[in-house]
Design a protein around this ligand. Structure first.
Ligand SMILES: *[C@@H]1O[C@H](CO)[C@@H](O)[C@H](O)[C@H]1NC(C)=O
Ligand SMILES: *[C@@H]1O[C@H](CO)[C@@H](O)[C@H](O)[C@H]1NC(C)=O
Ligand SMILES: *[C@@H]1O[C@H](CO)[C@@H](O)[C@H](O)[C@H]1NC(C)=O
Length: 439
């Protein structure tokens, strides 16, 4: 007995030690966040929205451009990609099926991240230079901050988050230091769906872009609340409209049969100053070839309208304030005024509202001065809508300037979009999330 006891003691304390280690590991990895958060900074020179999170083992912080309508996360794998958890997707594996990849690279010349034999490939896209390149499909660890909806909380990581390798040439046109694009599109390999799968939360996220480059906007993945100082849960303010299906890809390079991963909503009519603008409403529908309709974009800086819609809306706007003298246009805008011509309101310059009447009964997305007018220098304001030409793919592209300081929830699971309208009317804005960590 004595002999056994003396043998047991060190063994027991060793076991206890193991137990301590493993329980602390479990406590760390089994914490299941209800939501995750990313801070988003506007680059004022380019109007690109930049975020940061970590990837790989050991973790490396990445700076990435946000593309609401992007297919998936892609990063440059050819410069300093070192990771013990990088896994290339083997041809015909479940990952390649999920990615709907139709190409298999048999002989690449690697093995190195971005170039392994017998791996499937996709065509990552940079919308700023409208260029795609061929890239290896892979997965790796991703680490982000969790949130209770009020502050950032502890860091959490997910294994096997799918992404695609881009090359260095695909980084052209992106802000310095950025090494890829995080695509928030609605496909199963889009970043929101990948996170939802990794953390078992609903396929849902919300984006709130700050109009100022000195205060951070925010993206929430997973469950609400979305609390902004001084204590406004914006998830309570949302109006919903159905997310529309577009049967053909509206991205860069794509294969036949690929659906659009972008976010389309149904606009029924447009009002300026509460009057319906006469337009050919057939253009608002998505036709069989996937032309027409209305989508939301973080890449297009200003709202683009098909020529006849642009003419009708801008004429209605200009005519409704015909007594206000115009000044010389400042490119790319056509209709500009002295700032002093308009009163200043909580919702920006006091100009006639532009209202997108949605297909849901009674719901409207109203664009007030802060989102319709663009300050181009100290004392000039221009109407921030652009002419997309006669036969654009999409009739209305709601651009970034028009969604700033609005929170928009993309509920992929329930196929709907919730929008807050301008938060300026609620005495807050997208720069008012409290980024003080409580981890
Ligand atoms: C990749 O495939 C080529 C052609 O089959 C082969 O010569 C090469 O050795 C392979 N590389 C690796 C790392 O397996
Ligand atoms: C309205 O637009 C559709 C789609 O471009 C076109 O086919 C139709 O002829 C237009 N109708 C009128 C009255 O211009
Ligand atoms: C932000 O959150 C921290 C942590 O909860 C809190 O101490 C601080 O007062 C908050 N800031 C404001 C302006 O409320």
């Amino acid at each position: 007995m004595h002999k056994m006891a003396s043998m047991h003691t060190p063994l027991l304390s060793f076991l206890f030690f193991l137990l301590l280690i493993s329980s602390s590991t479990i406590a760390q990895t089994s914490f299941r966040p209800r939501a995750l958060i990313l801070a988003v900074t506007k680059d004022s020179a380019t109007g690109q929205y930049i975020t940061e999170f970590s990837q790989r083992t050991p973790l490396v912080p990445l700076k990435l451009t946000v593309n609401l309508g992007g297919d998936y996360l892609w990063v440059d794998c050819f410069k300093n990609y070192i990771s013990s958890t990088y896994r290339p997707a083997i041809c015909r594996s479940a990952v390649c099926n999920l990615a709907k990849s139709t190409s298999c690279v048999l002989d690449c010349g690697g093995p190195t991240p971005g170039c392994n034999n017998n791996t499937c490939a996709l065509l990552p896209f940079n919308p700023y230079i409208r260029t795609s390149s061929i890239g290896e499909v892979a997965d790796d660890v991703v680490s982000m901050q969790s949130t209770d909806g009020t502050n950032p909380g502890q860091l959490v990581s997910a294994k096997q988050v799918l992404f695609v390798c881009g090359g260095e040439t695909l980084l052209e046109g992106l802000v310095g230091g950025v090494t890829g694009i995080v695509g928030l599109g609605k496909s199963p390999i889009g970043f929101p769906s990948q996170l939802a799968k990794a953390f078992s939360f609903p396929r849902k996220f919300a984006i709130c872009l700050s109009s100022s480059s000195s205060s951070k906007g925010v993206i929430f993945f997973g469950e609400s609340p979305y609390n902004f100082l001084p204590g406004q849960d914006v998830s309570q303010l949302l109006t919903y409209t159905p997310l529309l299906h577009n049967p053909v890809s509206t991205g860069g390079a794509y294969t036949t049969g690929e659906q659009s991963v972008e976010y389309f909503i149904g606009v029924k009519s447009i009002k300026v100053n509460n009057q319906i603008v006469p337009v050919n409403t057939t253009l608002f529908k998505i036709d069989k070839e996937a032309n027409g309709g209305t989508k939301i974009s973080s890449v297009d800086r200003y709202t683009l309208l098909e020529t006849s819609v642009y003419d009708a809306v801008t004429n209605a706007f200009v005519n409704s304030i015909s007594k206000v003298p115009r000044v010389n246009p400042v490119a790319p805008f056509k209709y500009c005024y002295k700032s002093a011509s308009f009163g200043s309101t909580r919702l920006g310059p006091g100009v006639p509202p532009i209202e997108l009447v949605l297909q849901t009964n009674g719901a409207s997305w109203t664009i007030f001065g802060a989102n319709s007018m663009v300050p181009v220098n100290g004392d000039v304001l221009c109407l921030g809508f652009l002419d997309a030409g006669l036969n654009p793919r999409t009739t209305i592209i709601i651009g970034a300037h028009q969604i700033e300081d609005n929170l928009i929830q993309f509920d992929i699971e329930r196929s709907r979009i919730g929008f807050s309208s301008t938060l300026l009317g609620r005495q807050t804005n997208c720069g008012n999330f409290n980024f003080t960590s409580v981890a």
